[in-house]
Design a protein around this ligand. Structure first.
Ligand code: HEM
Length: 563
């Protein structure tokens, strides 16, 4: 078979040679080798032609998205605009493009892949509400997020998402969150105690403000909050930090979201995804962290099921937490509610989505307040009276808060906290200026049309929330400044749900937003009542995209107890 093929090829070469006369002489020294060369050259030429036509001619000139205005590709071949995106702070190029080209921008990802960046409120409405299930999460995003968040609400689509969201909604209702409020005071009081003793150890003179890595403590406190509020379990991340009983989840999340991890390998992995499988130490560490998350979530759900089956449940908040509600709504035999596997996945989602986001938001908020001492003082003056009758040495803040109950602790109510005007403005303004989820992505699962734009199936669409939040046409010339009082003015109150969207908007907006806001406010109030925060001279954190917009290096401030 092969020899017949070679013979045919030789005849063909002879014919070609005859026709070309003396102009070309094809070497006959070793026909098999020369044939291999010819086939190889043909292969290479074919491959180059294919690559040039696909990655350059089609993607840069003929692709339907090229009709949409946007930046030209960067100077480095085949990287599109990716170098800009990777080298600048998260969302900054998208912000620049929105200012220059408008609300629907075409740009190029790695391999010149045309993508969209959307801030146009009408198109956001189409993506997030009217055609929400046609714009899915990207397949790569689901694969990556699935490892951290499990295959819970955040990554499910269509009918499964609709059904799960409906089943979970009651757990996040106003009534449910109101009942959880007292227990959410326990972890910040414990963190305040921990910081107090850390500061006292470091102080060389009274009243000295000393360095504290606040990001670390905030990550611990929000993990404890989610443990108590969502699962009715004491993780004791704050208490056991630095001891051999250190919470395994806390180690796993710190490993996964390490803000210093932004090397050349991460850049190359975005271009050559197979590099993620390289056997480098970081990969093994991540795998260990993922395994810890999965094992721990199994354990949490198991404990939750056992406790829910106890005939006499403990008093206090136990029956009101999220997991208990999910378990009570489940019935494997009747096929109703969540299966144990689904519960585990939801649990992973709430753990990661619920603690990391709030911790990062708090880090930025304290940093902004450290830069604005006048606002910090005013806020302290607003929150402190709430705690006049609260004894933070009460045993309820130390041991078994579920059993002791909060009746005698005079803890402020959900309404007490939510009615604080400046606190509301500060939280809203922090989420506007530094949204911890600065951008998210969607994927057109079928051909779509918006106004006159044809958006082919498979298009990746970036929703740069941060660009909407910094839009000068809407927020004014000082859009990039921290000014909580803007929320008392017309511009800010005019912002619609597709213009101010720290929790996104529509059918897939953050289910935990009410929980997150009250948690944020409670932690801030306790910390401000106890401490004053200052910037550390020379410390300039950058905003590193690790799913959330983390400070890099970890947020470090100077802190001293309030007199
Ligand atoms: C400051 C804190 C938080 C912020 C800024 C935040 C932001 C967001 C955003 C932007 C999304 C949409 C992501 C997307 O679809 O691409 C989202 C979804 C979600 N968040 Fe949050 N979140 C926060 C806290 C929480 C908390 C405390 C919980 C749970 C206790 C939570 C649970 C979820 C879940 C389950 C989803 C998926 C909702 C769905 O697809 O139906 N989040 N969050």
């Amino acid at each position: 078979m092969l020899s017949a093929y070679i013979e045919n090829a030789q005849q063909l070469i002879q014919t070609v040679e005859k026709r070309l006369g003396d102009r070309i002489t094809l070497p006959y020294v070793n026909t098999e080798v020369s044939l291999q060369n010819i086939l190889l050259s043909a292969g290479i030429t074919g491959f180059i032609s294919y690559a040039v036509s696909k990655y350059i001619i089609y993607r840069l000139y003929l692709h339907p998205l090229n009709k949409i205005p946007g930046p030209s590709t960067g100077w480095f071949p085949l990287l599109g605009n990716f170098r800009e995106i990777f080298s600048e702070e998260s969302g900054v190029p998208h912000k620049r493009w929105a200012e220059k080209y408008g609300g629907v921008v075409r740009y190029y990802g790695p391999w010149n892949q045309p993508r969209l960046s959307v801030t146009d409120p009408e198109m956001l409405k189409q993506i997030l509400t009217t055609h929400v299930y046609d714009y899915t999460k990207t397949p790569q995003g689901v694969k990556f997020l699935g490892q951290i968040l499990g295959h819970g609400l955040l990554v499910t689509e269509g009918d499964v998402h609709r059904r799960h969201r409906k089943m979970l909604n009651p757990a996040f209702s106003l009534q449910a969150i109101r009942e959880l409020t007292p227990i959410l005071f326990v972890p910040p009081v414990q963190l305040a105690e921990k910081w107090m003793s850390e500061i006292k150890t470091k102080q060389t003179r009274p009243d000295e403000a000393v360095e504290v890595v606040v990001s670390h403590g905030l990550s611990l406190v929000t993990l404890d909050e989610i443990g108590l509020g969502a699962f009715g379990q004491e993780f004791n991340a704050v208490r056991y930090d630095g001891t051999d009983k250190v919470n395994k989840l806390s180690w796993a999340y710190q490993t996964i979201f390490d803000p210093s991890d932004r090397g050349i390998l991460m850049f190359l992995t975005q271009i050559f995804p197979f590099l993620q499988y390289l056997p480098v130490p970081r990969r093994f560490e991540m795998e260990r962290a993922f395994k810890t998350l999965h094992d721990e979530s199994k354990h949490i759900v198991q404990l939750g099921i056992e406790r829910a089956n106890e005939t006499t449940t403990k008093s206090g908040g136990f029956n009101n937490h999220l997991l208990s509600l999910m378990i009570r709504n489940s019935d494997d035999e009747k096929g109703q509610g969540f299966t144990a596997e689904e519960l585990r996945n939801q649990c992973l989602t709430f753990l990661a989505a619920g603690h990391e986001t709030t911790a990062v938001s708090l880090s930025w908020c304290l940093w902004l307040l450290a830069q604005h001492q006048d606002i910090q003082d005013a806020l302290r003056a607003e929150v402190t009276p709430l705690f006049e009758n609260v004894n933070t040495d009460d045993p309820v803040f130390q041991d078994n808060p579920f059993e002791l109950g909060f009746d005698k602790a005079n803890i402020p109510s959900y309404e007490d906290i939510n009615n604080l005007h400046l606190l509301n403005n500060v939280c809203r303004e922090t989420s506007r200026l530094i949204p911890v989820v600065p951008l998210t992505t969607r994927y057109a699962s079928k051909d779509m049309v918006f106004k006159n734009h044809f958006i082919p199936k498979g298009t990746i669409i970036f929703l740069p929330i941060i660009a909407s939040h910094h839009n000068k046409d809407l927020w004014g010339e000082d859009a990039e400044e921290f000014r909580p009082s803007r929320w008392d003015e017309q511009n800010a109150s005019k912002a619609g749900p597709y213009e101010y969207l720290p929790f996104l908007a529509g059918v897939r907006s953050c289910i935990g937003s009410r929980f997150a806001m009250i948690e944020l406010k409670i932690i801030l109030s306790v910390l401000l009542m106890k401490f004053q925060f200052f910037e550390k001279p020379g410390f300039v954190p950058t905003k590193a995209q690790r799913i959330t917009l983390r400070p890099s290096p970890n947020m470090t401030l100077l802190v001293k107890p309030v007199k």
